[in-house]
Each structure stands twice: as structure tokens, then as C-alpha cells.
Design a protein around this ligand. Structure first.
Ligand code: PRP
Length: 184
């Protein structure tokens, strides 16, 4: 464990065990909803990489995994509203059932743009699974079919989520101390 990173955490919001249990529940729900079908998971880099890895191991369906990368936040704490595709799909999703997997849904800028883009690719269906949702921050409507936890507007890191590219490796989700990101 990186104790230097841990000093910047005000408190743990979701422990490893809580995350494990919730991801298992989401997996069970997805298995039931897509029974008899196959799925393509599209992870949105970089924040979703741990969630995708844990979620896919809970799925008993035939599934493939692809990733996209988009830029939105940069090194700050609020969305710039600019969404740019940095890495596009490697697979053709026409006729496929698609599940977009995200770490966090905040303003909705990234996902509303991404879902519109994917819906233009003749997929059989496009649904969204986000580990965290901050509904109070939403400025763009986004339909969420699978949500791990709905949270207040805390600045959270760990389990893939970063601040300035740090803290992704923490095994739990924690609230970052404001002194870390507040400018003096
Ligand atoms: C986060 C998250 C979403 C987006 C959500 O990514 O993974 O993609 O922000 O914010 P929005 O709802 O306000 O658009 P981030 O830009 O921090 O990049 P990362 O995945 O590389 O950490």
C-alpha cells in the first residue's frame, strides 16, 4: 500500500469489500438481463480499467472487451465540457449488444457525447453501467441502466479514479482532502 498517497485521503467512502460486493451484484443483474445473449463491454479509459477488470470476471455471458479513451477533465477537478475521442473502438459494434462501462458519471458531458456516438454505429442496443454517479452535478441528461453507488459531490479517488493521474492504484474509493486540490 502506498502510504504517501493514503495521507491525502480524508476518509474511505467504499471499502474493498463493499466494492467487491456491489460489483458482484451488478454482474448478477447483467447476467440475468442479458441471459442467452452475448455482450461487448466498452470501458472508457482510463478511470474504468479496474472496474472493467472486476466486472468482466463476474459475467457468465460470452463477452468481448474493447476500450475507448476520451479527454474531458485534464488535471483539474471540473469538466471542461470538451469531449474528444483519443482512442476509438477496435471492434465493429454493428448488431451487437453494447455495455459502456464507466467509473463515474458527473456532469454527463462525456457520456452523453459518447453514447450519441455509439448509437450512430447501428449497435443492437447500447446501455450504460457506471460504478459511481453524482446526480447533483448533472448538466446533460444521461440514462443509466446499471449504477453501483449514487454519491454526493465528493472529490473521490482510488479504484481507478484519479486526481492529476495519481491515486488510481488505491484499492478502495476515498474522499480526497481538499488541501490536495485547492489552490492556496
Ligand atoms: C472521468 C470519468 C468520465 C468523466 C465523467 O474521466 O471517467 O469519463 O470524467 O465526467 P463528466 O460526466 O463530467 O463528463 P476523466 O476525464 O477524469 O479521465 P480518466 O478516465 O482518464 O480519469
Amino acid at each position: 500500500m502506498n502510504t504517501k498517497l493514503e495521507q491525502d485521503i480524508e476518509r474511505v467512502l467504499f471499502t474493498e469489500e463493499e466494492l467487491r460486493q456491489r460489483v458482484a451484484q451488478l454482474g448478477a443483474q447483467i447476467n440475468a438481463d442479458y441471459a442467452g445473449r452475448s455482450l461487448i463491454l466498452i470501458g472508457v479509459l482510463r478511470g474504468s480499467f479496474i472496474f472493467v477488470a472486476d466486472l468482466v470476471r463476474q459475467l457468465s455471458l460470452p463477452c468481448t472487451v474493447d476500450f475507448m479513451a476520451v479527454s474531458s477533465y485534464g488535471a483539474g477537478t471540473t469538466s471542461s465540457g470538451q469531449v474528444r475521442i483519443v482512442k476509438d473502438l477496435s471492434e465493429d459494434i454493428a448488431g451487437r449488444d453494447v455495455l459502456v462501462v464507466e467509473d463515474i458519471l458527473d456532469t454527463g458531458h462525456t457520456l452523453s457525447h459518447l453514447l450519441r456516438y455509439l448509437e450512430g454505429k447501428q449497435a443492437a442496443s447500447v446501455r450504460l453501467c457506471t460504478l459511481l454517479d453524482k446526480p447533483s452535478r448533472r448538466t446533460q441528461p444521461v440514462e443509466v441502466q446499471y449504477c453501483g453507488f449514487s454519491i454526493p459531490d465528493y472529490f473521490v479517488v482510488g479504484y481507478g479514479l484519479d486526481y492529476a493521474e495519481q491515486y488510481r492504484s488505491l484499492p478502495y474509493i476515498g474522499v480526497l482532502k481538499p488541501c490536495v486540490y485547492e489552490k492556496p
